[in-house]
Design a protein around this ligand. Sequence first.
Ligand code: ADP
Ligand code: MG
Length: 228
Amino acid sequence: MIILDNVVKTYSTGSPALDGISMHVAKGEFVFIMGESGSGKSTLIKLLTKELSPTSGKIIVNNTDLSKLKHRNIPKFRRSVGCVFQDFRLLKDRNVYENVAFAQLVIQKSAKEIRRNVPAMLSIVNLAEKYKSFPRELSGGEQQRVAIARALVNEPPILLCDEPTGNLDPRNSWEIMKLLEEINEGGTTVVVVTHNSEIVNAMQKRVITMKRGMIVSDEQRGGYIYED
Ligand code: ADP
Ligand code: MG
């Protein structure tokens, strides 16, 4: 599903943000990516969505070699990769239903399909009753569940999450991680960048740890290894 081969990313300003990253993520895997601030985690996520291009190295996502992806095919490629961020990024003047429906409108789903798919997705994230609420009327955990529904309503095979629980309290963080686990059990490949070592240790999934732009460990069913 995801292949990186010796990927380097140097921003114009300085030393490499990613310094020779190679990794494989198979279809249906759940992977945590950990590492201190500045270690290159968000850069890695942005390369996977082609928001950024690597300085060198090869990236394949969902059978697409990103270096060969034509400009006009980028929107279609992006639909195969759902994204969730720390700050939710919802449309503030649209209600829950409209936020999720928007993703379907963009890909020109019919009104009939939207009326079927959006409520179905909202019940998966347990927000069926709040479909008329606006983001400001929701808790952080609820807003993140809307963002997850929006990311998944078009059924991408991959979901990328960059610190999805970074703004949430422990209870909501657990709820979101459990939801991501359920989504993964439904067949979606899930990659989660997080600092939450308590949850990572408890969930016993694959853990890739980064440091200064390099992968320093990759553990199946791992926990986070503390360092001084
Ligand atoms: P993380 O998400 O692990 O905190 P990032 O990928 O955001 O790390 O950043 C990795 C390194 O790249 C940091 O040193 C950061 O300062 C640098 N960096 C990130 N984005 C940019 C940018 N747009 N321009 C220049 N340097 C950047
Ligand atoms: Mg980051």
